[in-house]
Ligand binder design. Structure first.
Ligand code: SAM
Length: 243
């Protein structure tokens, strides 16, 4: 089932207020560098990074399967210089070959099965130039982030233009092997509440290394955090740069 946090226009409109630019944004902008490049932002969501990359002179394609997110992206100031495509990672089919393919904001964790991961990695690799690289991150399962997905730890209230005040929190509901089920709970006031169920996979580093090799990636660098520190057992992220 598609995640309504992304497909529903009103819920997608809340995304940017909940997810302001952070150290990950700086990492991806640095990865792109200052030389103009062809960049695919896969799972671009509301398009903030895609538009900023384009503003810096890169030739950017932003792709996402969720209509709600794409509507926000297309409406963003500066959006007209980005090529927007409504597509998921496995079925994207464009003639451009990219220097860089980015998947940011833990997009990778929406691929729930080995088959889904393989299909996405294979198809994204097909879209790379000969020396192109894919860059993405997945949360390190050893850190067990989901244990903090409670109302007490995640509750926030944001102000969203055209919508007003929205109270949001996350509730982890079940852990089923590597799959973590959770709900995003939106309260728009006056009894107007929406519950958006989601599920994410927390893949192990060794497994991911094998899947990258299987998909044809031969050069893989790993980082554990946005400051380029090495991936250690306790690092918050598994950040992959692969070609
Ligand atoms: C947490 S958001 C991240 C958005 C954006 N990259 C960011 O960093 O803010 C996850 C995004 O993945 C997208 N998504 C869901 N399934 C996908 C798939 N199969 N392929 C590519 N993107 C997908 C969602 O629509 C959503 O926009």
């Amino acid at each position: 089932m598609p995640d309504i946090s992304y497909s529903d226009p009103r819920l997608a409109a809340v995304y940017d207020a909940l997810n302001p630019a952070g150290a990950d944004t700086a990492f991806y902008l640095d990865m792109a560098g200052s030389e103009p490049k062809f960049v695919l932002d896969m799972g671009c969501g509301t398009g903030a990074l895609a538009v900023e990359l384009a503003r810096r002179g890169h030739k950017v394609t932003g792709a996402d399967p969720a209509a709600g997110m794409m509507a926000v992206a297309r409406g963003r100031a500066g959006a007209d210089v980005v090529d927007w495509i409504e597509s998921d990672a496995a079925s994207l089919d464009v003639p451009t070959r990219f220097d860089l393919v980015f998947m940011t904001g833990h997009v990778f964790q929406v691929f729930l099965t080995d088959e889904a991961i393989a299909a996405a990695l294979r198809n994204l690799r097909r879209h790379l130039k000969h020396n192109g690289r894919i860059v993405f991150e997945t949360r390190n399962p050893a850190v067990r982030d989901w244990e903090g997905w409670t109302q007490a730890d995640t509750a926030s209230t944001v102000e969203v233009a055209g919508i007003g005040r929205v109270a949001v929190h996350y509730d982890m509901t079940a852990v089923d092997g590597q799959l973590v089920r959770y709900e995003t709970r939106f309260d728009f006031g006056g009894g107007d509440k929406v519950v958006a169920p989601g599920v994410l996979r927390f893949v192990e580093r060794d497994q991911l290394a094998a899947m990258l090799a299987q998909a044809g990636f031969t050069r893989v660098e790993w980082y554990g955090d946005w400051n380029l520190s090495p991936a250690l057992p306790t690092s918050p992220e598994l950040i992959v740069v692969a070609g």
